[in-house]
Write a new protein. Structure first.
Length: 298
């Protein structure tokens, strides 16, 4: 059913919201294990299955909640479809980079990217929305820039994977805020727009004998389950965020990259180079500087 006027925001934390968000972040934190399990499958095939199998999961939720009217109106609105097409492209790019990076042994770079992301959002706000930076925010951004310079000097190139994840997710979050539709409806709209391309590609793989789906029970189950591991945490997060203060969500967003960092170092045995040993503490310090004012306001 449609809602004429959005309810007033209750700027308080709730246990239900905390559990929703915590579950989402823990699922994202353990996601590298899933991506490692499908690392032998091309990322393009994995992403196509993530898109396609997300449709029934997100669609079923909207039917249960009886919130399909907003989606029907969006599908009749060319401007809304155009805006959703942008966010759909950005989220698919982010997924593609992430899936490839985990499979290729760059989990530490993905953690780095998601640690940088909230600070990149500050920069986007300053550049695109003309938001005035506070001294603490400028100090945090300076530390992140220093960390990126250190990584660049050691590797002889920019940390492309981390910055690509930061850029794609940061822009997705920015444009997603301008999409005037609920989070669950918006996610379904995005995957519906991507689904024809994903389906066409998967049919091509089947016709040319390159598909991993149906080849063996393990691969088939993992690819079919990709819709759940994609849609469920996004939906849980979206609903949890509505029931929590911004400061609470701001703190909780570090759970997933922290878990990914620990998994990369202690489970996947990825090397902790000298530059990384300097860069990560710099970024963690920047996050503390960024978070403390938010906690005070909260």
């Amino acid at each position: 059913m449609a809602t004429a006027t959005p309810p007033a925001i209750d700027n308080r934390d709730s246990l239900r919201g905390f559990l929703f968000a915590l579950t989402a972040y823990i699922m994202w934190g353990f996601l590298p294990f899933y991506m490692k399990a499908v690392a032998h499958i091309p990322p393009s095939e994995v992403i196509s299955h993530r898109i396609l199998w997300s449709v029934p999961v997100a669609g079923g939720l909207l039917l249960i909640l009886r919130r399909t009217e907003d989606l029907k109106r969006a599908l009749r609105n060319p401007k809304m479809i155009g805006m959703a097409a942008i966010t759909a492209c950005l989220i698919s790019i982010n997924w593609g980079i992430y899936v490839w990076a985990i499979g290729a042994g760059h989990a530490l770079d993905t953690a780095l990217g998601y640690f940088i992301n909230p600070l990149f959002s500050i920069l986007l706000g300053a550049v695109l929305l003309k938001e005035k930076l506070k001294p603490a925010q400028m100090a945090a951004l300076a530390l992140v820039i220093l960390a990126v310079v250190i990584l660049t000097v050691e590797n002889g190139r920019l940390p492309i994977i981390a910055l690509s994840l930061t850029l794609s997710w940061g822009l997705y979050a920015l444009f997603r805020k301008t999409l005037p539709i609920g989070p669950n409806q918006g996610f379904l709209l995005e995957v519906l727009l991507l689904a024809p391309f994903a389906l066409a590609y998967l049919i091509y793989l089947i016709v040319t004998g390159q598909s991993h789906f149906g080849g063996n029970a393990g691969d088939t189950a993992l690819l079919a389950g990709s819709g759940l591991i994609t849609a469920v945490p996004l939906i849980l997060y979206a609903n949890g965020a509505k029931l929590l203060k911004l400061s609470t969500i701001g703190i909780m967003q570090y759970i997933a990259p922290s878990m990914i960092f620990l998994i990369a170092v202690f489970v996947f045995d990825e090397p902790m180079s000298t530059a990384r040993a300097i860069a990560f503490p710099l970024i963690w310090t920047a996050l503390v500087i960024y978070t403390l004012p938010m906690l005070r306001r909260g």
